[in-house]
Design a protein around this ligand. Structure first.
Ligand SMILES: Cc1cc2nc3c(=O)[nH]c(=O)nc-3n(C[C@H](O)[C@H](O)[C@H](O)COP(=O)(O)O)c2cc1C
Length: 332
C-alpha cells in the first residue's frame, strides 16, 4: 500500500487524494442571498447530514486554493445566516457544473445556469425548482478549519423545511430510484445513483455469529469473497452440521443415475439454480468420476449461487458440506 503523509505534499495533491477516497459525496446546490438582495447559486460536495433531531447538515465552502479568498456562498451564509440546499438529479449535472464557474460577486448563477427559482416558506434564498428535494437551512455554527488556501469552513445548519417532489414518493416513502441523484467522486468523476448502482441491504436484525466463528474451511476459502463470508456470518447461530449431513445422506441415497452428462452442473450454475446445481454435482460425484476435493470446491461455488438468490439456508448447507471430509462421510 502507498502511504501518504498529507504534511509532505502540496495542498492540490492532498485535495485530489482526499476527494478520491471520500466518495461518492452528495452534492448540495446551495443558494444564498447577499447583503444587496442578489441571489447566488453554487454546488458543494463537502456536504452531508449529521443527526436528525434536530435535522442538521454541514456544507463546506473552502477558501479558494489559488489565493485563499472566501467564496461568495460562504460570505453570504455568514452574513445572512440562511441558505437553501437543493439535491442534484442527473438531469441537472451540466447546469450545476456551469453554476460552479467562478463568476463575479453579484452574478446570479440561477440565470447563468438556467435554473428556476422556487420561493421558500422561511428563508429568503430560493430553492431550485428543477430539484426533487430542497431544504431550507438556518446557520447554527461556523467552524473555520484553518483560514488558509484550501482549508474549509464548516457551515453547520439546521434544516427548517424539506420540500420533496410528489413523484419522488412510493407510498409514504421516498424512493431513491425516483430521485436519480448524482454524487461527486475524485478528479472529474461523478456517479449516478440509478439502475444497477442501487441495491438494498437490510439492516442486521440481530448480532451475527461473525466471520471469526465460521468453520475454517469456509473462512479460509479461496473462492468465497468477503461479501459471501459477511452474509454467511450474519446468521444468529451456527446451523447444525450433523442435521445437514443427515439430510444430504438421504438426498444422496435417493439419487439415481441419469444421462444428463457431466456438464449439467455448469448448466444449472449458469441458470442460477443452486439447488439443481447441487443435485447435479452430487450425482456426478456419486456416479461419475468427481472426487471429494473437487466436489467440495464446487460446493463453494454453489454457496455463492445460493447467496445470490438469497437462499441463505441452502448456502449454509453447501458451506457446511464444502469440506472434503464431510463429502467423504456422505459415502455412508
Ligand atoms: C460538483 C461540485 C462540487 C463542489 N464542491 C465544492 C465544495 O464542497 N467546496 C468548495 O469550496 N467548492 C466546491 N466546488 C467548487 C465551487 O462550486 C466553486 O468554487 C464555485 O465557483 C463557488 O461559487 P461561489 O463563490 O459563488 O460560492 C464544487 C464544484 C462542483 C462542480
Amino acid at each position: 500500500m502507498k502511504t501518504i503523509d498529507p504534511r509532505e505534499h502540496p495542498v492540490p495533491f492532498v485535495h485530489r487524494t482526499l476527494l478520491s477516497g471520500v466518495a461518492p459525496r452528495p452534492i448540495a446546490l446551495v443558494a444564498t442571498v447577499d447583503g444587496e438582495g442578489r441571489h447566488n447559486l453554487s454546488p458543494y460536495s463537502f456536504f452531508n447530514a449529521f443527526g436528525a433531531n434536530p435535522p442538521v447538515i454541514v456544507v463546506s465552502p473552502a477558501y479558494r486554493g489559488k489565493d485563499g479568498t472566501a467564496k461568495h456562498t460562504f460570505e453570504n451564509i455568514r452574513d445572512t445566516g440562511e441558505f437553501t440546499v437543493s439535491a442534484v438529479s442527473y438531469s441537472m449535472v451540466e447546469q450545476i457544473s456551469l453554476a460552479s464557474s467562478d463568476y463575479d460577486r453579484g452574478v446570479d448563477e440561477f440565470e447563468k445556469a438556467g435554473f428556476t427559482k422556487l420561493t421558500m416558506d422561511v428563508v429568503a434564498a430560493p430553492g431550485v425548482a428543477e430539484s426533487p428535494f430542497v431544504m431550507e437551512c438556518r446557520l447554527l455554527q461556523h467552524v473555520d478549519t484553518g483560514g488558509k488556501p484550501g482549508s474549509g469552513n464548516l457551515m453547520i445548519a439546521e434544516v427548517l423545511r424539506f420540500h420533496v417532489r410528489d413523484s419522488a414518493f412510493e407510498g409514504e416513502r421516498i424512493d431513491p430510484r425516483r430521485l436519480d441523484l448524482v454524487a461527486r467522486m475524485g478528479y472529474n468523476w461523478y456517479c449516478r445513483a440509478s439502475g444497477d448502482a442501487l441495491f438494498e441491504l437490510p439492516k442486521p436484525g440481530h448480532n451475527g455469529i461473525g466471520v471469526d466463528a465460521l468453520p475454517s474451511h469456509i473462512r479460509e476459502s479461496s473462492i468465497l469473497t468477503g461479501n459471501d463470508l459477511g452474509k454467511l456470518a450474519g446468521v444468529a447461530s451456527l446451523p447444525d452440521a450433523d442435521a445437514v449431513l443427515a439430510r444430504w445422506l438421504q438426498m444422496s441415497a435417493e439419487l439415481m443415475p441419469d444421462s444428463a452428462g457431466p456438464d449439467l452442473f455448469e448448466t444449472e450454475m449458469r441458470t442460477g439454480s443452486a439447488q439443481r446445481a447441487v443435485t447435479a454435482l452430487l450425482r456426478a460425484w456419486k456416479y461419475g468420476d468427481r472426487d471429494d476435493a473437487h466436489t467440495a470446491a464446487h460446493l463453494q461455488r454453489c454457496v455463492q449461487t445460493a447467496l445470490a438468490s438469497d437462499d441463505l439456508e441452502l448456502a449454509w448447507e453447501c458451506a457446511l458440506m464444502a469440506d472434503p471430509a464431510r463429502i467423504a462421510a456422505l459415502r455412508g
